[in-house]
Unconditional design. Structure first.
Lengths: 359, 174
């Protein structure tokens, strides 16, 4: 039992060296030994144990919680030296391969630690100590350690790195790129720049609670694409600048599209009533300000086929009007307001449903 | 005086109309719609003069012109297919009066809100995506990403269509 407290303290100390992000309080409050069995039995332990064991060299043992009988399984991996264990890793990790990588990510302390874990066989002894300390820290129950900052740091940590590195050496560069993208958006707290991954290991960052495989990465990329599109749509739908949150944004979009469709219907009905006397002057229609360059920054997503849209159009007149005036930029809404004022629309009350708030 | 200025400001044209996508769409739209309307006009006397069916026909042509003017987008192809395959009577969301249209929309919104409050966010988003899918032609066959991409162009084209329709109506009612 004393061993555990020792481990806790050691973990504590080493934790200080690392980063401030870990809640060390949780460690001391929780005897590792008591938790060892449940952790051990759960799959969560596995990779941590494996990783720590795999990474560390022989000296690592005495310093660690690995002496803890609860962690005896750990002993498997000790013989694996830095270079050799990479090969051992997949085999050893496979049984634990399905555990929630995010949870394991919890175990590992900070980004720094995780990266050291990644650098197989290359870190110094101190690093190994720290790594092992991290593993010990990881032994403490997940629930207790949750400081928000630790969490966000964990979000960057990828135990999946351990699992996937040996298997996916070929995809390394590609995944690293993905991770760079996602990291920049997600990684707010950890100011640490990504260290160059060694050849056998990929720096990948999984979010907490996600499955640690390529599916989650692809999903994250996809989610970012989606949020980017939502941002573009935000610019497109009037009055959505202050809205944050997908659901409300989608609501607004839906309302807007519905109102647009309704108005088209309404107009087509009006058209039906005036149809008999149609006398359309195309030039006049096209002369409307509304169709010329617009103030609103139309996202290119919708208008990719229409190239060259964003520039202002040189305004020259045809024979209908020799006057030459630079066209002031107006928004769609303000133009509509002008049109109402000029008696353009005979039934402005229904047209007022144009703005999303009007509905 | 001001009105003259406003009128003058409106009388400006681009030398290169095809570069402005708005103008491009409007041009195409008008070029599709006007002949169709004229044809309807000519046939009107020969067909039964039921106002509702006439409206439906007009609406059909309006939608058709809309779909044909924006060929670059997936939703326009879906819309075209839908219009071509369905007879005039089965058109999307046909209603006969503006008040009905507004009623329908407000009812939908109220219903949605009641349901959404009870669900968690993932479910809410999914509900809304389903709604979007219904609104967008061809939405049922798209996944979320595609829907979001297509919705942008759809919105823009709807707005342009409205401008054209309004100007047509205005020119002919005043």
């Amino acid at each position: 039992m004393g061993g555990e407290s020792n481990e806790g303290e050691m973990g504590f100390k080493h934790g200080d060296d690392e980063s401030g992000g870990i809640s060390r309080v949780g460690i001391t409050s929780m005897p590792l030994y008591a938790k060892a069995d449940p952790f051990f039995s759960s799959a969560d332990w596995g990779p941590v144990v494996n990783a720590a064991g795999g990474f560390s060299s022989s000296h690592y043992h005495p310093s660690m919680a690995m002496d803890n009988p609860g962690m005896s399984c750990f002993s498997h991996y000790q013989p694996g030296s830095g270079s050799g264990f990479a090969a051992d890793m997949p085999a050893s990790l496979l049984p634990f391969g399905d555990c929630g990588g995010g949870q394991i990510g919890h175990f590992l302390g900070s980004d720094k630690k995780g990266e050291r874990l990644i650098r197989a066989g290359e870190s110094s002894h101190e690093d190994h100590h720290q790594v092992s300390d991290d593993a010990v820290l990881g032994a403490s129950p997940i629930g207790k350690r949750r400081l928000p900052e630790a969490e966000s740091q964990w979000n960057k940590k990828a135990v999946e790195e351990f699992q996937e590195d040996p298997q996916r050496g070929s995809d390394q560069s590609q995944k690293k790129h993905k991770n760079d993208q996602s990291k920049e958006t997600v990684n707010k707290e950890s100011s640490q720049s990504e260290e160059a991954p060694k050849e056998n290991y990929i720096h990948m960052r999984a979010r907490r609670g996600q499955a640690t495989n390529s599916h989650s990465l692809a999903e994250r990329v996809r989610r970012e694409k989606i949020s980017e599109r939502m941002r573009l749509l935000q610019e497109l739908v009037p009055g959505c600048n202050k809205i944050t949150g997908k659901a409300v944004m989608l609501d607004e979009i839906i309302n807007y599209v519905q109102s647009l469709q309704q108005q088209v219907e309404f107009l087509s009905m009006k058209l039906a009533t005036v149809n008999p006397e149609i006398n359309i002057d195309i030039d006049r229609i096209l002369a409307k300000d509304l169709l010329q360059s617009r103030d609103r920054n139309t996202p290119t997503l919708g208008l990719n086929p229409f190239s060259g849209f964003q520039g202002t159009i040189p305004n020259l007149c045809t024979t209908t009007n020799p006057q030459y005036n630079p066209l002031p930029q107006t928004t769609l809404e303000s133009e509509l307001q002008n049109l109402y004022q000029m008696g353009f629309v005979s039934n402005p009350t229904t047209m007022s449903s144009f703005s999303p708030n009007g509905n | 005086m001001e009105r003259q200025i406003i009128n003058k400001r409106k009388r400006v044209f681009s030398l290169q109309p095809n570069k402005n996508p708005n103008a491009l769409f409007a041009r195409r739209y008008v070029s599709h719609l006007v002949p169709a309307l004229k044809k309807i006009n000519m046939n009107k006397s020969s067909l039964k003069t039921n106002h509702q069916s006439f409206e439906k026909t007009v609406k059909h042509e309006v939608d058709m012109a809309f779909a044909l003017s924006a060929q670059e987008f997936a939703w326009s192809r879906f819309l075209q297919q839908k219009l071509l395959s369905s007879p005039h009577d089965d058109l999307i969301s046909t209603s006969s009066s503006p008040s009905e249209i507004l009623e329908r929309s407000s009812k939908k919104q109220v219903g949605e809100k009641y349901q959404d409050r009870d669900e968690e966010e993932g479910g809410e988003i999914k509900k809304r995506l389903k709604e979007l899918q219904k609104l967008l032609p061809g939405g049922e066959e798209m996944n979320m990403e595609e829907i979001l991409s297509e919705i942008g162009s759809y919105i823009v084209c709807l707005e342009l269509q409205m401008i054209v329709l309004k100007s047509i109506v205005q020119d002919n009612t005043s």
